[in-house]
Design a protein around this ligand. Sequence first.
Ligand SMILES: [Zn+2]
Length: 151
Amino acid sequence: MVSHVIAGLEPVSTVARRPRRAVDRDSQFFAEGLTRGLILIQRCGGCGRLRHPPQPICSHCRSFEWDTVEASGRGSIYTFAVHHAPPLPGFSIPFVIVLVELEEGVRMIGDLVGNSTDAALKIGAPVTAAIMADEGDNMLLVRWRLDGATA
Ligand SMILES: [Zn+2]
């Protein structure tokens, strides 16, 4: 980390941080759930369908009513991409982004953590969620680990 000190000013860190998640009144429950160690999914109060990412209205029945259910944190890789370039603030490259289909049926995007082999990284591979801070300790994220991966 490099800091610059200028008389009268606070040090400025040059450590890149990930862009912060936008939190509004429709998605605040998700961020608060993470602080309690929970992955919460919206459930429509009209038709009972689950949805993610958070939305103010159900796209099926148009109901504004909703509550939340706790996700198991288990799912499988629906698809993935390995990001090699360009460099992005707060990310060490290469990194793997996975779109996970949760047991509950909704899909959630996140990065893959832990040590595993390239052969283990495939569509349909089982994964488990880990609620972890990003490298800059900037915010809590839902990150994914292949079942059987270490670290
Ligand atoms: Zn609905």
